[in-house]
Design a protein around this ligand. Structure first.
Ligand SMILES: [Zn+2]
Length: 216
């Protein structure tokens, strides 16, 4: 890697060989990495990107597991609340359906988006493009999906939802008996896998993988 660069008068090809550091916003020159190594910023020493030995297979296994946890999290109650003999099962979908019935339309739509629509779209996109890459088919579609994925990722806040569920549960302790269902643990695993994936599989690595598979 070399020192922070100036971008004046660079051609698109030269620009494509550069990468911006997310921490300190300086431009760095991309280098070819060996397997299981990482490139660090010359200015602030933070990690720019990594090269994993079997990124495609690992990502496929991870996203398949994430999808399974997501399905389980949606199938059964996340918690059962016993409020003085009145027992209610809370499922993920009941969270936004109840808001809708109570006419909190904006909150209902927003939580349906955060809890269901966005996570599902992300895993679906991720899994589909990985399968396409594995089979070496539909390069154009993979490209479009990668662009769409980059646009959606910043909106991924399912872990915030999990934290708010936990806060709500803590507030209920003392008033009601709370039993965590299988979907709660599936939701926890889903969030952990989701966090692991977003920490370890960068968009840059996926673009690199695409270039390796289909050529530049
Ligand atoms: Zn930096």
């Amino acid at each position: 890697m070399q020192k922070a660069l100036e971008t004046n008068n660079l051609t698109p090809k030269e620009l494509s060989r550069l990468i911006i550091c997310k921490k300190c916003a300086t431009l760095q020159k991309k280098i070819v990495l060996e397997n299981n190594t990482k490139a660090i910023c010359t200015t602030c020493k933070s990690t720019l990107y990594r090269k994993h030995y079997d990124l495609l297979d690992k990502s496929l296994a991870l996203s398949l597991s994430t999808l399974i946890f997501f399905i389980i999290a949606n199938l059964f109650p996340i918690v059962t609340i016993d409020l003085g003999g009145t027992i209610s099962d809370i499922t993920l979908s009941s969270v936004f359906l109840t808001m809708f019935e109570e006419q909190f339309y904006f909150s209902a739509i927003f939580s349906a988006f955060v809890i269901f629509l966005l996570p599902f779209t992300l895993i679906f996109l991720f899994l589909t493009l990985l399968i396409f890459m594995k089979l070496r088919i539909y390069e154009e579609a993979v490209k479009k999906m990668l662009v769409f994925l980059s646009a959606l990722l910043p909106w991924n806040m399912v872990e915030i939802f999990l934290i708010s569920v936990l806060v709500a549960m803590v507030k209920l302790i003392g008033y009601a008996e709370i039993h965590f269902g299988v979907s709660f643990w599936a939701l926890v695993l889903f969030v952990l896998f989701d966090l692991y994936m977003s920490k370890n599989i960068s968009m840059i690595a996926l673009w690199g993988l695409k270039e390796n598979i289909y050529g530049k």
